[in-house]
Design a protein around this ligand. Sequence first.
Ligand code: KG4
Ligand code: ZN
Length: 385
Amino acid sequence: MLSSTRISICQVRELYKKTRIDTLYSIPHKLLVMGKKIVLGIETSCDETAIGIVDSSGHILANCLYSQIQEHREFGGVVPELAARAHLARLERLLEQSFKKAAITWSNIDAISVTGGPGLIGGIIVGVMAAKAMAAYQNKPFYAINHLEGHALSPRLTQDISFPYLLLLVSGGHTQFLVVHDVGCYTCLGSTLDDAIGEAFDKTAKLMGLPYPGGPLIEQLALNGNPLAYTLPKPLIKQKNCTFSLSGLKTAVRQCLEKNNISKESLEAADLCASFQYTVTELIKNRLFYALEAAHSNLGKPVENFVVAGGVSANKYIRSSLKDFCQSKGLHFYAPDLKLCTDNGAMIAWAGVERIRAGLHPDTLSFPPRPRWPLDALKLEIHND
Ligand code: KG4
Ligand code: ZN
């Protein structure tokens, strides 16, 4: 008879270590864990339709992407219904392109992974249903990946980074400090009370009349600006924890724009972008100080590795400031390769590789798409015969 128990992946590992049995996983699954693997990953949770193919040695065989920015630009942000339709329209062509780029066929693919959430539900349904159909038709194992886990593990695709590490996950929808204990095993130490950092970049850009997505444009304009030109607030900076709040900063930008009558082509606009970026970076460094303390007490020892990941980690100013900060604290600093910071298929494929290597079971085809899916709530369903 099939019995099902829900326990966390951390608990499974403890059980595994204590009992030293390797019978926890079935024989066919053990075969899947062995040898070099090639995984196809699909990402459709927001406005990038993406397919990546990677192998377990960290080679990216293909990382094809269709950015929907043009579709959404006139609306100043992502329109969920349009995004879902665009994923549907593009996915098949992208799949052909990926196989062509990788110069392989279905027979070389060992597993399919797909973003199962969190994100915009229409797009997630498109990706998950496509992946399920491929898995069923091609008879391949199916892995539903938490998008945030895709970001969290992305630097390990090209760099040798050992667990545990302190992660700052900064994207358009999330801003969190997490301890990454292992694949599938996370502790959230702090997050944002309101806007995510990527969202704050985008909203600030919108206030300045810049098109979506604003993050890269703010970074670009800031290159010619003075970071000390405007003094902006650093919300929650007096609190001795690693919680963020960004909405006050955005309001301050609006007031500054109104007061100084700044146009987007002016030198003042560049100064404001530089000041905003500088303030956000100072805020991150301040919060990181407390996140390191929290991670220390969570792990019972000082953290050695710090990782920043997610779309905002593509910002070179933030990367280099955090690198300097880490060096001054004797920490190893890591960030994903630039092409792996924003949403892409390779990171989803890689999370599949990590799950296979960690000996985690594939998901069943009854996996329900999850618009909300906190990273520290990842659970493993274990079936015992
Ligand atoms: O991870 P991501 O591609 O999508 C989500 O999972 O949300 O992150 C997108 C976010 C957007 O808010 C975008 O403006 C921001 O990352 N971003 C940047 C930069 N590149 C992307 N923010 C600041 N500087 C950048 N260079
Ligand atoms: Zn993302």
